[in-house]
Design a protein around this ligand. Structure first.
Ligand code: PLP
Length: 401
């Protein structure tokens, strides 16, 4: 197991000096100080439009370009295969307006995804008169998984698009995206779109190795600023029309999908994030996993020890199977009430609800409006914080048994 100096990592995040334990990281992570500095530096020294011949304009283009290069490298993609945008929700909505499928074509939608990866496709189906096939994991499980075997039964020669999550923002279960991509690509021209928003803060991603056609993530969950990024392979882009102005180029994904100019100061700060995380093999990734695995093992051990707690997702802490995003309910205790009770008396920042995964939480699990309690950890959380949370949870939960 790689050594991880959690205090050294924490010192790089200015917000971690605050009197708050951040356990809503799947909602949004804390930001690196180096990112804050890069944005501030840009706004002071480089805040002009690109394309001018004057010195600052040239320097700005070059800094933005470094942000694009860093984003592409993060996913092992080419620069013309990525586009930045304000949010993943926005990028997927834009993408949905680029496809020109035919009436009667079929799309397969995961029923356990965040709404950002459902709504645009339902809308597309309505606009183009497509047939939706829902990919629903076996009923009645508290650990639903999107399995390639189930997907096979949903595909046909008419399938044009399959959508799924790499890891749900509720469950943290890691899906075998490579195996899913192989199944999708048995159908000529079928595209696989993966929502990597929850997965990306925890594991390195190689879109070529995974064999996906589209992959979306949000940097504000990966220790960076509030900007998101879509990957689209060159081949997949052949099935897109451009949303850009008629007189502008349309060769790259950015040309096709980033409307206007997106968030220069944020994009150019991305190298600060990728530098912190380092390359997949030589960087900090291995150490981050081991820290996260330790944290999730501690919390899961406690939750598993309570007979009146239901864990949604993997019950074990195996890092190959799950991420440190852990959701649960307590029999006889409303999720909202549990969270609000501890908010009044402690500094633990965690949440209750459906977290925009409404089909999963309210229809598949049939949970009421308070949904689940979600504790979503990041590598900068400490074991002491998690032990403190367990103690706080137990002070309320033990009264219900
Ligand atoms: C799994 C997942 N997908 C998509 C999104 C939407 O991301 P964005 O806020 O960038 O639109 C979120 C946000 O919480 C998410 O957790």
């Amino acid at each position: 197991m790689a050594n991880f100096d959690v205090e050294a990592a924490r010192s790089k995040f200015p917000a971690l000096k605050e009197d708050q334990v951040f356990l809503d990281n799947a909602g949004g992570s804390q930001v690196l100080g180096s990112v804050v500095e890069a944005i501030s530096d840009w706004l002071i020294k480089s805040n002009v439009q690109f394309g001018g011949g004057y010195k600052v304009s040239k320097a700005s283009s070059s800094r933005y370009n470094d942000g694009v290069t860093a984003g592409a490298k993060f996913l092992n993609a080419q620069k013309d295969e990525i586009a930045y945008g304000s949010t993943a929700t926005q990028l997927l909505r834009n993408l949905s307006f680029t496809f020109q499928f035919q009436e009667g074509d079929e799309i397969v939608l995961s029923a356990i995804d965040h709404e950002a990866n459902i709504a645009p496709w339902k809308d597309l189906a309505e606009r183009l008169k497509l047939v939706i096939k829902w990919w629903v994991p076996q009923e009645g499980s508290t650990n639903p998984k999107l399995l390639p075997e189930d997907l096979k039964n949903l595909l046909s020669a008419k399938t044009r698009l399959v959508t799924c999550t790499h890891a749900s923002n509720i469950l943290g279960t890691i899906h075998d995206v490579k195996a899913i991509a192989e199944v999708v690509h048995t159908i000529p021209n079928a595209l696989l779109l993966v929502d990597g928003v929850s997965y990306a803060p925890h594991r390195p991603i190689d879109v070529k190795e995974l064999g996906v056609d589209f992959y979306v993530l949000s940097w504000y969950k990966i220790f960076g600023p509030h900007v998101s990024m879509l990957y689209g392979s060159r081949k997949a882009q052949e099935q897109m029309r451009t949303l850009g102005h008629f007189f502008n180029p349309s060769a790259t994904l950015e040309n096709k999908i980033t409307l206007g100019s997106c968030c220069y100061e944020l994009v150019q700060s991305i190298p600060a994030v990728t530098e912190y995380l380092g390359p997949p093999q030589a960087g900090s990734w291995g150490a981050l996993h081991s820290q996260e695995t330790q944290l999730q093992a501690a919390l899961l051990e406690y939750l598993n020890s309570k007979p009146n707690i239901t864990i949604y997702g993997e019950r074990g802490a195996d890092e190959k199977l799950r991420l440190p995003t852990i959701s649960f309910t307590v029999d006889g205790l409303d999720s909202r009430e549990l969270v609000e009770t501890l908010e009044r008396t402690t500094n633990f920042g965690f949440r209750w609800g459906a977290f925009y995964s409404v089909y999963l939480v309210n229809e598949y699990f049939k949970l009421g409006p308070s949904g689940v309690v979600r504790v979503s950890m990041a590598h900068y959380n400490t074991l002491e914080e998690i032990k403190g949370l367990i103690e706080a949870l137990d002070s309320v939960i033990s009264k219900t048994t």
